[in-house]
Write a protein that binds this ligand. Structure first.
Ligand code: NAP
Length: 527
């Protein structure tokens, strides 16, 4: 009897201006709530050299011929296409990424908002095709001899490698910056959750908004893609520290000094100041943010809060209040209306998260959750990559604790006490460099000490207190205006941040010569 289950869809790649299917054994993509195969993808035997050449030779010149404003118009059209397909994309997030509706919207709306931000930046930059970097300076005896730094688009292709947790946002945020700079991109979503990125690529291609060669997508394993890169190309990577290390040693990237931006792991912290009283807006904000960041996208966010710091004398109170906030989390199939937290994205994730919880729990107290199987809403018994929200408490924290070293990429956080700001700073810094941490306090002296102490270890910090109650953006929300990235463990990368993120795709040239000529060619900072 024929199976009633629809065949999994095959995700093709969009390379050299056409959709192409790989051959050989395809990699399955699962529905993490049912463990059924949802789609499959293969990149075997695809001509990646041709794809790279096509992007460089067709997409590059086409984009460079456009002004920033015209490139911005393309980004606007891409954002619109995502918005038009929002409902369909939410459905894909549910069946392929384990996203609740709200998690899927976070990813999809983040994608379109970032595209729109860069579209508007393009409009502001107007008819130029290149940028000036700072003021010029006279460099000789007369005012005529002049030096000016200018930023010009690299003439290669950008390879965008993304993590599994943000198939929409990850794809769009890298593409927005690269296209605005005039650099074509080959986007490679993580295979496990590539369906949503693949559908986005389809609607973009159908829209006709993209110049030929400006955008390509490789769905499935990266294969030998990187071996075809050369000195004008660039790689932007988001994923685990382990894969990042491999890329840093990649023979081709090393041989041609190809710029590599890395966005990796992070042990983001939230600190409650000593002044936040029970019932205060500041304490409420802290509890709301911590609970949200722990469970949104089932904790699979690079910016999720992993370490929670409370004043020593308030530890038990904070623990009880957090347990109260987490008590009504309903783990289940995202297609079940009552579900508030979906499954982890993959079987590997489930294994790693359970293993990570056990490692952390060996040295701390388990206050909630744990690594045991969960019977989830709307899921068949024993099926699905579900895990409980898990809170651990480490009562006598040390810098060398595993909680300051191991990123468990799931709904898992460790609560720790601190005696004074110096200890809080030392423990947070022990995380080895992070994407974002947050301080909740109205005590200006505590805030000053905390921020000055932890700033060198972070790419972004949020300070929240009474005066901002009701107006803050949770720390886990990445904003296009502000830098995303962080030092050390976080990879040392810098994405977004308005024009700052554009530097990866532009070559800075120090131009010396006659001032009038330089200004004629590239404009003047005074104009
Ligand atoms: P991952 O296993 O490192 O994979 C990331 C991407 O790299 C995927 O597209 C993967 O492709 C690709 N990849 C794997 N091996 C490669 C190789 N040898 N050469 C080139 N590309 C390769 O990470 P993940 O499991 O998807 O993501 C989870 C991790 O990402 C977490 O540690 C999280 O902290 C981090 N993350 C960081 C940020 C940030 O912005 N800082 C954001 C999100 C996630 P395949 O899927 O085909 O293997």
């Amino acid at each position: 009897m024929a199976s009633l289950r629809p065949m999994p869809i095959t995700l093709r790649s969009y390379l050299s201006g056409r959709w192409q299917a790989g051959s050989g054994k395809a990699i399955p993509l699962f529905n993490p709530a049912t463990e059924e195969v949802a789609a499959e993808a293969s990149t075997e035997k695809l001509d990646l050299q041709a794809a790279v050449t096509f992007a460089r030779e067709k997409g590059g010149p086409a984009l460079r011929a456009l002004s920033f404003a015209q490139r911005g118009e393309i980004l606007k059209a891409l954002a619109k296409r995502i918005n038009d397909s929002r409902e369909e994309l939410i459905g894909l997030g549910q069946v392929n990424a384990g996203n609740t509706r709200s998690d899927a919207k976070f990813d999809i709306d983040g994608a379109s908002a970032t595209l729109m931000f860069y579209a508007e930046l393009g409009a502001k930059l107007g008819e130029q095709r290149t940028l000036l970097d700072g003021e010029g300076a006279p460099i000789g005896r007369s005012a005529r001899l002049y030096g000016q730094h200018v930023l010009v688009p690299r003439q290669g292709v950008a390879i965008h490698i993304n993590a599994f947790n943000f198939p929409a946002w990850g794809t769009a945020e890298k593409l927005a910056v690269s296209l605005l700079c005039g650099v074509p991109a080959i986007s490679k979503p993580a295979t496990a959750t590539a369906w949503m990125a693949h559908r986005i690529a389809e609607v973009w291609v159908e829209s006709g908004a993209l110049p030929e060669g400006a955008f390509s997508m490789l769905c499935g394993s990266v294969g030998g893609l990187l071996s075809h890169l050369r000195g004008q190309d660039v790689v932007a990577f988001t994923g685990s520290g382990e894969t990042a290390q491999r890329l840093r040693r990649d023979e081709t990237l090393c041989a041609y000094n190809i710029p590599l931006n890395v966005e990796a792991d992070s042990l983001n912290a939230a600190v409650l100041g000593p002044d936040a009283q029970t019932g205060s807006d500041t304490l409420n904000l802290f509890l709301t943010d911590v609970a949200k960041e722990m469970i949104q996208k089932t904790g699979q966010k690079c910016t999720a809060i992993r370490r929670i710091f409370a004043p020593l004398e308030r530890l038990d109170e904070v623990r009880e209040m957090l347990l109260e906030r987490l008590a009504d989390v309903r783990v289940g199939n995202p297609t079940e209306e009552k579900t508030t937290m979906g499954p982890l994205a993959t079987a590997d994730q489930l294994r790693d998260v359970r293993g990570g919880i056990d490692k952390l729990a060996a040295k701390s107290e388990l206050a909630l959750g744990g690594s045991k199987p969960v019977q989830a809403l709307g899921a068949a018994e024993g099926k699905g990559y579900f895990v409980s929200p898990t809170l651990l408490v480490q009562k006598q924290p040390q810098a060398s604790d595993l909680a300051n070293q191991l990123e468990v990429f799931g709904p898992v956080a460790t609560l720790m006490p601190y005696r004074d700001s110096a200890q809080a700073v030392a423990l947070i810094a022990a995380g080895g460099g992070g994407l974002v941490s947050s301080v909740y306090s109205d005590d200006r002296s505590f805030v000053r000490d905390a921020i000055q102490g932890i700033a060198p270890f972070h790419g972004r910090l949020t300070v929240a207190g009474e005066k901002l109650a009701g107006q803050t953006v949770p720390p886990g929300t990445v904003l296009p205006q502000l830098l995303h990235g962080g030092p050390g463990r976080a990879g040392g990368g810098q994405e977004l941040g308005g024009m700052r993120g554009m530097q990866l795709y532009l070559q800075r040239v120090a131009l010396q010569g006659e001032r009038a000529l330089i200004e004629q060619l590239f404009g003047s900072p005074r104009a």
